[in-house]
Design a protein around this ligand. Structure first.
Ligand SMILES: [Zn+2]
Length: 283
């Protein structure tokens, strides 16, 4: 599942190639998108920017129109030179934006909307999002994250286990299931600890760890825009040892040797992984 770092990486790659260039072709498999583009043609407009807001990717065109896409589980953006054969079948194309030099294709992107500036300001899902953990994470990673606001939102979910709170995009935008388990391992916090029983300092530390792991993963650029290759939290150079606990149930902890545990949690039964010895804090 693409997480905030993957979306930001995709947005940065698309921005580098498309921003400042005039759209020569715009297409979508979604009638709701093509209908808006028929009334307000995107061809001929300039791509002004491509940015990430949590897990949403926003492509802004001159004249104020914004293409919002969300990858959910299987969506991805690819960049091609014109005329180059795509790596996925054309029937999986959901959105296409081309300039003279590049073709950006959104494959299996389950959500795509072409919005006016007024619509995006009022957009329910976007305005409900918590502060973006990767806000301001440009080339130099000067953070603009509102940590106090995230901690306030964590406290408001005080009865929920901290693992669920980290995943809640209304608390902070950007953490997916992989990073959820990894952040809690690095922090040494038991995933099932209610958020309310952690101190402000503990919560601030979790936010800092989340930010650092996500940002490091953005810097770890990979060629394919939205594949999860390159996601690592351990700093190990061994490609088979990039994560501490995620997807390692039943295997020994890389730090202490205890057996990593896993459990389905939350409404959609996502797996949480943790080391019972390293993560005893907070319980
Ligand atoms: Zn351990």
């Amino acid at each position: 599942m693409p997480e905030g770092d993957t979306i930001l990486r995709a947005a940065q790659a698309l921005h580098r190639v498309l921003a400042g260039h005039v759209v020569t072709r715009f297409d979508s498999a979604y009638p709701s998108v093509t209908r808006v583009a028929e009334d307000h043609p995107i061809v001929g407009r300039t791509v002004e920017s491509v940015s990430a807001r949590g897990k949403h990717l926003l492509m802004a065109f001159s004249g104020g129109f914004v293409l919002r896409t969300h990858m959910r589980m299987n969506g991805s953006w690819h960049l091609y030179r014109p005329g180059v054969r795509w790596q996925r079948p054309a029937r999986e194309m959901r959105v296409l934006v081309a300039t003279a030099d590049a073709v950006a294709v959104g494959f299996n992107v389950p959500i795509a909307e072409l919005l006016s500036p007024g619509q995006i300001a009022r957009h329910k899902e976007m305005t409900a999002l918590g502060p973006d953990l990767l806000a301001g994470a440009g080339e130099r990673f000067e953070y603009g994250v509102d940590v106090a606001e995230i901690v306030r939102r964590m406290r408001a979910r005080g009865h929920d286990p901290i693992a669920e709170v980290l995943l809640n995009q209304r608390v902070a935008a950007g953490i997916g299931n992989v990073f959820k388990s990894e952040i809690l391992f690095v922090a040494g916090v038991d995933p099932f600890t209610p958020a309310a029983s952690l101190s402000d300092a503990d919560l601030e530390r979790l936010v800092a760890i989340a930010r650092d792991l996500l940002a490091a993963s953005v810097l770890d650029r990979s060629k394919t825009l939205t594949r999860s290759i390159g996601r690592r939290t351990t700093r190990s150079l061994d490609p088979n040892a990039t994560l501490w606990v995620y997807s390692r149930g039943g295997k020994p902890c890389r730090r202490c040797g205890a057996i990593i545990r896993s459990k389905k949690t939350g409404l959609d039964a996502r797996l949480t992984y943790w080391c019972p010895r390293c993560q005893s804090a907070g319980g």
